[in-house]
Write a protein that binds this ligand. Structure first.
Ligand code: SF4
Ligand code: SF4
Length: 410
């Protein structure tokens, strides 16, 4: 019996595991069983399709224990206008001065109804993203209220978040009530003043210190009693991250305005469409890689979608090629386009080395934000041995992969 590229024998030799589908079968299973669960040579594409399409639809996701409730995640782009021009902006090529198209709320609600009914959703989360979201808070307000009302009427769970660079002047009369709506307020701040202000620069203002402006606004949010909702996202300069004293001072400064340590996420400056990866970045990227049990949200079939105006997209980082429908389209049409998008655009599926790689089911080529540099050939940057070593570190691969162990009578 010849197994496909994605199959591993566990260390204790009791099971074969398929890293793509996450099924595990006892080693003495019959050929029929191995075939049924996509273990055999020639079943590579079936295994990938199962994982990316069927398996993501019902039951929800890979890890049933963690994701018990069927959930829809919406990223809502309320504007592509922005007051900054950050060097590490993933969507610099999409920023514009044009007024955003306003979403037709009736169509939006109808789409939610169809979606929730089709997929039997029990929860919805909405994440407002920009550009700079505060430049069109009126749109956030309307869409938030429509989503919240929809969930209330349908008796389904609702969570919300907003991301902002927090560099516009906050006014208590306007912004306190606004920010109080969201359970999570995600603030982009790329390290200390030196690191942040090198990367994040005002577009039309002579002001030189966006760091201070953000810090002042964080203090206001703290004074308004909202500090427990704040999360800081940093894509900081590598020199900053490697300097313990600077990082410590950064934490202290944030602590003084009410941001607690566990809510600060330090990442590094990433390449984008304008600035390719440095050797140092690629090295860091490799070192940081971890097995991914779930694919990047862009490639999670119909579980995550991006709404911009009246269009539905699969990928926020490239709105121009990722449209999968319109709010007035049927779920059937959107499904079809979404599947096509995944198979035609997911970088690992375009890369012949990845398709033969035994750890593709733990790698998936990383997040779609890496596309500007990995393009259609993630394998030219990766090191599969990193994942293999991580597998070897585990005594029990079956447990490690949270596999669905199949025991059937032949
Ligand atoms: S604030 Fe965000 S959207 Fe605006 S330029 Fe910076 S990274 Fe891009
Ligand atoms: S990027 Fe590398 S590790 Fe990941 S699937 Fe491709 S070849 Fe394998």
């Amino acid at each position: 019996m010849r197994f496909n590229h994605f199959v591993h024998k566990t260390k204790n030799d009791l099971y074969y595991c398929n890293t793509v589908t996450s099924f595990a079968l006892p080693i003495n299973s019959s050929k029929k069983q191995f075939e049924k669960y996509f273990f055999l040579k020639g079943q590579e594409f079936e295994a990938i399709s199962y994982r990316l399409i069927q398996h993501n639809k019902t039951p929800y996701g890979l890890n049933k224990a963690v994701y018990k409730k069927k959930h829809a995640a919406i990223s809502f782009v309320n504007t592509l206008q922005c007051n900054l021009r950050c060097l590490n902006c993933f969507i610099s090529h999409q920023l514009t001065d044009a007024k955003p198209e306003e979403t037709n709320l009736n169509q939006y609600t109808r789409f939610l109804t169809n979606y929730v009914d089709e997929y039997k959703c029990e929860t919805i989360s909405i994440d407002f993203i920009g550009g700079e979201t505060l430049l069109r808070k009126d749109i956030c307000d309307k869409v938030f209220d429509a989503t919240s009302l929809f969930c209330k009427e349908k008796s389904i769970g609702f969570t919300s978040s907003i991301i902002s660079n927090l560099t516009v002047n906050l006014n208590e009369n306007i912004h306190k009530k606004f920010f109080s709506k969201f359970q999570t307020i995600r603030v982009s701040l790329d390290g200390d003043a030196e690191s942040n202000n090198t990367q994040r620069v005002y577009r039309n203002s002579k002001a030189k210190n966006p760091f201070l402006q953000t810090l002042k606004n964080l203090k206001k949010l703290n004074d308004w009693g909202l500090s427990d909702r704040i999360y800081i996202q940093s894509a900081a300069a590598l020199a900053f991250i490697k300097d313990e004293n600077r990082v410590k001072n950064f934490y202290l400064m944030l602590g003084a305005v009410g941001v607690r340590l566990p809510r600060i996420s330090l990442g590094i400056y990433s390449p984008n469409q304008d600035h390719g990866p440095t050797e140092e970045y690629i090295k860091y990227w490799k070192e940081q890689r971890r097995p991914q049990y779930r694919t990047c949200c862009t490639y999670r079939y119909m579980e995550h979608f991006v709404i911009h105006g009246n269009k539905i997209h699969a990928n926020y980082h490239n709105l121009s090629n990722s449209e999968v429908g319109d709010l007035s389209d049927s779920i059937e049409i959107i499904e079809k386009k979404y599947k096509n998008y995944i198979f035609n655009n997911m970088p690992v599926l375009q890369d012949h080395n990845c398709l033969k790689c035994s750890v593709i089911g733990l790698c998936w080529g990383d997040c779609s934000s890496s596309i500007p540099f990995v393009k259609d050939s993630p394998s030219s940057y990766c090191d599969p041995q990193i994942f293999k070593d991580k597998l070897e570190e585990q005594n029990d691969l079956v447990k490690f992969m949270n596999s669905q162990i199949v025991h059937e009578n032949s």
